[in-house]
Design a protein around this ligand. Structure first.
Ligand SMILES: Cc1cc2nc3c(=O)[nH]c(=O)nc-3n(C[C@H](O)[C@H](O)[C@H](O)COP(=O)(O)O)c2cc1C
Length: 382
């Protein structure tokens, strides 16, 4: 199987599984506890049917929209994901370049393996920085200052990761960062010599954006889970979020909002957007799926800030359903991370191209010429 054989989410996933040592693949693939939220995130879309309009003279649909103050060419973008160099040697640079090519947002995680400055030097495309509030507040302050200096367009603060979720696959596979050869994982690494070669001969593995502020950025003795539990501040509250929004002083989202009440508070602290998200089912298992929760939140706050639906999206039709319910845009992690593992920048480009083609085709089939044509008349829930 090669990149050219990948035509959809599940093809990219299959190829990623083939190319990555099993601890790394399962780190991307897995969810928390019994993975019920992970499954529901996608299943929720299947409980909803699309109702197309016919003979609508659609011509060439326009997928563009404005998000975080920037016009983008399609209403889907790349969610932040940590440690992308584990998935492909070009890591964040590959994702950022691919997103730029399609004029949509790339997001950089606080836990990236490239620096804010490196990515800003190679991409002038739309860029979102994802912040984690560290116990040492000078780390978060530094990330905000550097993102602004480097011309990032927007910032999101992730609020669903006060402690790491219980990802049992990581315990079973022996996932550690940097990867360590254990008996358990030895076979899996041995069978992927190209990955091992790239890893050993490439740039040193580190959390590039925090390495100057904490030696945990270069010396992660055990696992990323341990980093989260040691470094992030579980005492973070609304005042901290407000402080970050004010310090950033630009387009700002909370990532991980799930309730109407919290969505309203987000407006009060100065957010311009929220990302309805359960971290791709990686944190609180049993939490509601973003698509299930979308209408309630859009109805309450959709006229005051941009609502982004993220998680579980595998198809253009999933995006159409979220947009029809009132999401301003959608985003996803695994939808490009498998592709990154499968083929670096070319892989991510191929994935985005596939989603874009699907969206254009589906818009035509729905009888819609622009995103704002999509509305709830197009949907029926079973
Ligand atoms: C491998 C991996 C790493 C991630 N790292 C981060 C991160 O550093 N910061 C963050 O806010 N979210 C992170 N996420 C969550 C994504 O931003 C996003 O919420 C999630 O992937 C959405 O679900 P989906 O993968 O089904 O699209 C990560 C997700 C994955 C799969």
């Amino acid at each position: 199987m090669n990149l050219k054989d990948c035509n959809n989410f599940s093809d990219f996933r299959k190829l990623a599984k083939k190319k990555l040592p099993s601890p790394i693949f399962h780190y991307i693939d897995g969810g928390a506890d019994d993975e019920s939220t992970l499954r529901r995130n996608t299943d929720s879309f299947n409980d909803c049917d699309l109702v197309p309009n016919i003979l609508a003279s659609v011509g060439k649909p326009d997928l563009s929209t404005t998000l975080f103050g920037r016009k983008i060419d399609m209403p889907i973008f790349l969610s932040p994901a940590a440690m992308q160099r584990l998935y492909h040697p070009d890591g964040d640079q590959a994702s950022a370049r691919a997103a730029e090519k399609f004029n949509t947002f790339y997001s950089m995680s606080s836990m990236g393996n490239n620096t804010i400055e490196e990515v800003s030097n190679i991409s002038s495309g739309p860029k979102l920085f994802q912040l984690y509030v560290h116990k040492d507040r000078s780390i978060s302050d530094d990330l905000i200052d550097r993102s602004r200096r480097s011309g990032f367009d927007a910032m999101c603060l992730t609020v669903d990761t006060l402690v790491a979720g219980n990802r049992e696959k990581d315990h079973r596979t022996g996932f550690t960062t940097p990867p360590k050869l254990t008996l358990q994982s030895l076979m899996s690494f041995a069978m992927r010599p190209k990955w091992v070669f790239n890893y050993l001969t490439g740039k040193k593995f580190e959390l590039s954006n925090v390495k100057k502020k904490t030696d945990k950025g270069t010396n992660i003795a055990k696992s990323v889970i341990e980093y989260i539990n040691e470094q992030y501040d579980p005492a973070m509250g609304w005042k901290d979020a407000e402080y970050c929004a004010k310090k950033w002083n630009g387009p700002f989202a909370l990532k991980g909002v799930m309730s109407v009440e919290d969505a309203k508070k987000a407006i009060d602290i100065g957010c311009t957007a929220i990302m309805i998200s359960n971290h791709g089912g990686r944190q609180l298992d049993g939490s509601r799926a973003p698509f299930d929760q979308l209408a309630e939140i859009v109805d309450a706050v959709g006229d005051k800030l941009d609502v982004i639906c993220e998680g579980g999206i595998h198809r253009g039709t999933h995006m159409l359903k979220a947009l029809s319910l009132g999401a301003k845009a959608c985003s996803g992690g695994r939808l490009y991370l498998y592709a990154l593992a499968a083929g670096g920048q070319s892989g991510v480009e191929r994935a985005i191209e596939k989603y874009k083609t699907e969206l254009v085709r589906d818009m035509k089939l729905m009888g819609c010429t622009k995103i704002s044509d999509l509305n709830r008349n197009n949907l029926r829930f079973r």
